[in-house]
Write a protein that binds this ligand. Sequence first.
Ligand SMILES: Nc1nc2c(ncn2[C@@H]2O[C@H](COP(=O)(O)OP(=O)(O)OP(=O)(O)O)[C@@H](O)[C@H]2O)c(=O)[nH]1
Ligand SMILES: [Mg+2]
Length: 428
Amino acid sequence: MLFQSLDDQEEVDAVFVNAILTAIQQRNLERIWAKPVLDRVGLIIEIFNAHAHTKEAKLQAELAALMYKKSRLVRVRGTDGSQTFGQFGEAEVVSARGRASSGNGGFVGGAGETELQLQRRRIADRRLRLLSQIKEARRTRLLHRAGRKKREGLEGHSSATIAVVGYTNAGKSTLTSALSKTALYCNERLFATLDPTLKSVHLPSGKKVLLSDTVGFISDLPIELVNAFQSTLEEVVEADLLLHVVDSTAPNIEEHRSTVFHVLNQIGVPEEKLQNMIEVWNKIDYEEEEVEDSHYLDDGEEEEEAELIDGLKAEETFDESEATLVEDEIQNQDDDSVEWLLSEDENVDDIELWKVPEVAKVDAAQNKGPHVRVSALTGVGLKELLYLIDEKLKSETIVERSDLQERKWRPPRNDDENVRLIPLEDRV
Ligand SMILES: Nc1nc2c(ncn2[C@@H]2O[C@H](COP(=O)(O)OP(=O)(O)OP(=O)(O)O)[C@@H](O)[C@H]2O)c(=O)[nH]1
Ligand SMILES: [Mg+2]
């Protein structure tokens, strides 16, 4: 269906399908099209990998890839034999059962099964190793954080932390950067930010806060993938206040909002913190213009698929140095890293997707924004946003001081409800 609209199939290097494919679907499509097929999760993992900069993020991205590939039948081999996809090599489809039967004429057992067990063990070993490395990297980060808090304590002040969350491409980095007047890494590419980045900002009250830019969320992610980033998302759970940046130009804004709420619920953000979250509608400067590039992965129309494939190609040529880095990374992996990955079952099609929490947690409808409308690009509304942050934090100050040891967020006291927020229009 897709190829019929393309003049020359030869020019297609790989096919991206904007859905989550089962292992069998992916294999069948690759057979029919004779091209590597990448599904939504596969693509996201590729992007995660390319954009991970710190050691912790790289480890987390590798873990996510490992967990995803564990559920795949497809083994992917680079030109040099290393595990990869697309740009460095080509995908080869192997079924453990198929191999066993082609070798022995039988259905089960034999060499195929033994190799499968070996692969499973390798994956399990690698996973444990990654988990322990992630734990170590996390420990280092926590030590740094504790050191920072201690220094601040000695200096007689402690900064509240604010995590900037939102769907991918909402403008979190641009907003964080605009607020802190520091050039963070902003980019049109999806998931430009994988590492939490702390920037200090002075509020109108003079109070200093730390803004933490975080990884973008996206809908329909397998739970394992987000679990792999748990450590990064920890910044979000522990923040004193959350800013939810929403791209007000996104066609499916409600879906983006609810995805963000689901993710926040899922990673254990306390309900009170969700209720207190500031919803910032960004890109208000962007009105009449046509959306030229498709940044969104959730519209399933064919022409968008074609655009995304273009994007995939562009990604290959876009930043060769980054690609080389990733390749080096892969080549430098230990020998027992995941070179051949096979799933244990051909019928794996039960990837666990985000589930709407059964308990009535705070959802997108309960916390209906926008609380403030801004343009991170032109600076409109930023002043109002800073005032709003100041107000929100003021109502929590007493709680925060009395609870320094535990460093857990507590709901504002009843008295605080009487603290009236100054209407935005009166503030300027
Ligand atoms: N018109 C307009 N574009 C904006 C605004 N804020 C951000 N953008 C653009 O939106 C794109 C994404 O911005 P980022 O700040 O990288 O988005 P992000 O939410 O950090 O994305 P990830 O880190 O990838 O999840 C970039 O092309 C920005 O220039 C805005 O206020 N107006
Ligand atoms: Mg970003």
